[in-house]
Design a protein around this ligand. Structure first.
Ligand code: GLU
Length: 382
């Protein structure tokens, strides 16, 4: 009880020492004012928060909505640009360019380099592309750049859209192995009932488990009518994030410098990730379609046991036909499955480099896209 309480207090504000990598999602209504202009003054206060956190060692990924809202007003499209798919796509294309310019220049004012990533649902569901997105985010983090991510709404068709950036933010958190995701919203958390309609509604500060009672508190659509995310998509996002081992918070973005406001005691709801490490890799261990089997020698078995990645040198043999990003089992010489992971090479290339040192890969394959066969971050011991 005491431990849980301490933990809850420590988590509040997602402080830099505790949360190394943070995804921040900003809803459309916070970014764009009703006249269709970007709320630059407010955004500048958020960027000041971001700069402060970066200086304290926190790595930041931004998931920014607002392209459709911004584009629709510029193009004078009805229904906020959401009347038809074509309208939404045209609005997104028009709004996105202005939105990225705005982020780039505000971050630049603070000496921060921005990078834009536009992704579709498919990019994060397809295993190969998921690995690519994950590797890109990792590299951007190493380069000390702040990625600004949005859904590629101008090409995604209705069936393959996330549709809301809440779930997108959670998936990006998963791909980036973030420690936490914060959704800046026009509501300041999860209430027991709709606070606008019910005066007795109470804010829930900490959610350990998303059960039917919690799910029932969601009210459906977006309150502002600008974005598409309501409490339902936020709870869905919380399910994804906590399942991947990241905490998720919903806080109000209706104040200046919303992150420091929250850190100084502002309200919000935190969905707590269960057992962080285990949960993050749980989805991997639970995957049913295993395409290949990689048998490793005793040295590699020891190295994996210590939490290292699997290098080609430790591989005795490779079985199965698989593509890069497929799930493979990793076995000991006596046939025991010890781990499961996403493989970085297809079966043909994996067989070629089995038993060889990482330095020889380029000569054998003509290229060396990755130095490891299965990265420890994409591997679960079983
Ligand atoms: N991707 C959409 C946009 O940039 C926002 C989706 C949402 O409302 O969450 O306009």
């Amino acid at each position: 009880m005491v431990a849980a309480l301490t933990d809850s207090l420590a988590l509040s504000g997602f402080p830099p020492p505790l949360i190394r990598r943070l995804v921040i999602k900003i809803g459309s209504a916070l970014l764009v004012d009703p006249s269709g202009a970007v709320r630059v003054d407010w955004l500048r206060t958020l960027v000041a928060d971001i700069a402060e956190r970066k200086a304290a060692g926190q790595q930041i990924i931004i998931v920014s909505s607002g392209a459709i809202a911004l584009g629709a007003r510029r193009l004078k499209l009805p229904k906020g640009g959401r009347g038809s798919l074509e309208d939404a796509q045209a609005a997104a294309a028009t709004g996105q360019i202005a939105l990225s310019q705005c982020w780039a220049s505000l971050l630049d004012e603070r000496g921060i380099t921005a990078a834009q990533m536009l992704v579709t649902l498919d990019d994060l569901e397809n295993r190969r592309r998921y690995l690519n997105a994950s590797a890109t985010l990792e590299r951007l983090m190493q380069l000390d750049v702040v990625p600004v991510v949005n859904e590629n709404d101008s090409v995604a068709t209705a069936e393959i859209r996330f549709g809301d950036n809440d779930r997108l933010a959670a998936r990006i958190g998963q791909a980036a192995r973030a420690d936490a995701v914060v959704l800046l919203s026009d509501v300041d958390g999860l209430y027991t009932a709709n606070p606008h309609a019910d005066a007795s509604a109470m804010l829930i500060e900490r959610i350990e488990k998303i059960d039917a009672r919690i799910a029932a508190m969601a009210d459906g659509g977006s309150a502002s009518g600008m974005g598409s995310g309501g409490m339902t998509s936020k709870i869905e996002a919380a399910r994804i994030a906590t399942g991947a081992g990241a905490h998720l918070a919903i806080i109000s973005g209706k104040v200046d410098a919303p992150l420091s406001h929250w850190a100084k005691g502002g309200t919000g709801s935190i969905f707590v990730a269960a057992a962080t490490k285990r949960a993050r890799k749980g989805w991997l261990a639970g995957r049913l379609t295993v395409r290949g089997r990689i048998t490793v020698d005793a040295g590699a078995e020891r190295a994996l046991g210590k939490g290292n990645s699997l290098l080609p040198a430790g591989v005795a043999h490779v079985e199965g036909i698989f593509a890069r990003g497929d799930v493979v089992d990793i076995l000991t010489l006596d046939g025991r499955v010890i781990a499961r992971g996403l493989i970085e090479y297809d079966s043909e290339a994996a067989a070629k480099i089995a038993g060889r040192r990482s330095e020889d890969i380029a000569a054998l394959l003509g290229e060396m896209p990755r130095s490891v066969l299965v990265h420890r971050d994409h591997m679960a011991m079983v």
